[in-house]
Design a protein around this ligand. Structure first.
Ligand code: XUL
Ligand code: CO
Length: 435
């Protein structure tokens, strides 16, 4: 069965092609700053938005009628594996990501769910061996099932906490079976609705213990993928504990987890937190916890988590600049946590969505590489802070001053001459790198 008919492998054809099903910018084998584009970008496709999502939104049911639907949930799950790997192969994407519930029906109990997972992951493993496609990360969905209405590892119900631990244990076993390179924790309902009935400290301690147990278990089974926490400020909970990169770092430091975790940062989550994407990446870099990214874009006018395919060149360029400054993302990568608009109903639109995302990040990579190669921002920043290269500035940097010294210095000197940033010119220069 062919699920994406009429289209072969998506190839790089360059900017002038009229072929909708071609890359215009992403050329996997092309070298940028001494490394192949595909190795810089390490693209991954998300199972949930691609093969499981049916086009529903808050106001209406699904609009997609996929040709991989079977007569039972398990038959659909099996067809999805074939369809997914056909899509990955056609897109020349080497990685994928999934939640446990994306790949197999949950049945009527955890036991039934785990049996279904065993059967489907056998099929996934076969496909991985056949195609060479690898698992960037998997994760446990601990937010959809009604038992998780108060959270999972921050639930007030200890029995629910145990179910969450069982799901993550299973997730780590699967990660080992599929040689996963990372494992993600996104705290969907790990937060609170109202402080009036919330024991904040207990919830934080419990989730910290949960993470420690996950690390211990990974060590015990001799397979420790890079653990990643994905911050998001709200949706579905009103207040989510992992609000943004800075909040999550504070939590990891307080509970002695910083050495075992990095962050998986998402474009739309950054903007929901009132930040730009590159702000989140820069903060993560500062604390040496930039692990991986979920590439998507918000629809500013709607203002919620719309998970659009990335299409904005400036955002992609500034994100790629941070990634280059980080020395790359490996073992992390760029996962398209992005879904089609509800009106893009053909299966082949999934190819077009990913082509858009991949071409956008390819352009971002090239522009960021040029900014880095020419040293434009590096020189500008160096010059802007040059007062710390000499005199009193150097003393401050070296820790050779005190408040008394600085008091004397400030009073002895004339009013400081503060220079213009010319930031409008800088923004214009960055725009020049985009074209
Ligand atoms: C939700 C979100 C999740 C995580 C994985 O906003 O981004 O899909 O990426 O649970
Ligand atoms: Co995400």
């Amino acid at each position: 069965m062919i699920y994406f008919p009429g289209v072969d492998k998506i190839e790089y054809e360059g900017k002038s092609t009229d072929n909708m099903f071609a890359f215009r910018h992403y050329n996997p084998e092309e070298y940028v700053l001494g490394k192949k584009m595909k190795d810089h970008l390490r693209f991954a496709v998300a199972y949930w938005h691609t093969i499981t999502y049916e086009g529903a939104d808050q106001f209406g049911v699904g609009t997609f009628h996929r040709n991989w639907y079977g007569s039972t949930p398990m038959e659909t799950a099996k067809n999805r594996v074939d369809a997914f790997f056909e899509l990955l192969t056609k897109l020349q994407v080497e990685y994928f990501c999934f939640h446990d519930v994306d790949i197999a029906p949950q049945g009527n109990s955890l036991k039934e769910f785990f049996d279904n997972l065993d059967e489907i992951t056998d099929l996934i493993k076969e496909k991985m061996d056949e195609t060479g496609i690898k698992l960037l990360w998997n994760t446990a969905n601990m937010f959809s099932h009604p038992r998780y209405m108060n959270g999972a590892a921050t639930s007030n119900e200890a029995d629910v906490y145990a179910c969450a631990a069982a799901q993550v244990k299973k997730g780590l076993d699967i990660n080992k079976k599929l040689s996963g390179e990372n494992y993600v924790f996104w705290g969907g309902r790990e937060g609170y609705e109202s402080l009036l009935n919330t024991n904040l400290e207990l919830e934080q301690q419990n989730i910290a213990k949960f993470f420690h147990m996950a690390v211990e278990y990974a060590e015990k089974i001799g397979h420790k993928p890079q653990f990643l926490i994905e911050p998001k400020p709200k949706e579905p909970t009103t207040h989510q504990y992992d609000y943004d990169a800075a909040t999550t770092v504070a939590f990891l430091q307080k509970y002695d987890l910083i050495q075992d975790f990095k962050l998986n940062l998402e474009g739309n989550h950054a903007t929901l937190a009132g930040h730009t994407f590159d702000h989140e990446l820069a903060i993560a870099r500062l604390y040496n916890v930039l692990g991986s990214i979920d590439a998507n874009h918000d629809e500013k006018i709607l203002g919620w988590d719309t998970d659009e395919f990335p299409h904005d060149l400036l955002t992609a360029t500034l994100a790629m600049y941070q990634i280059l400054e980080n020395g790359g993302l490996e073992p992390g990568g760029i996962n398209f946590d992005a879904k089609l608009r509800r009106t893009s109903i053909e299966p082949n639109d999934l190819l077009l969505g990913h082509i858009l995302g991949m071409d956008t990040f390819a352009r971002g990579l090239k522009a960021a590489a040029k900014i880095k190669e020419e040293g434009y921002l590096r020189d500008l920043i160096k010059e802007r802070y040059s007062s710390y290269d000499k005199g009193i500035g150097k003393k401050i940097i070296n820790g050779d001053t005190s408040f008394e010294d600085l008091f004397r210095y400030a009073l002895e000197n004339e009013e400081p001459k503060v220079k213009s940033n010319h930031i409008e010119y800088v923004k214009g220069k960055i725009n020049d790198y985009l074209v």
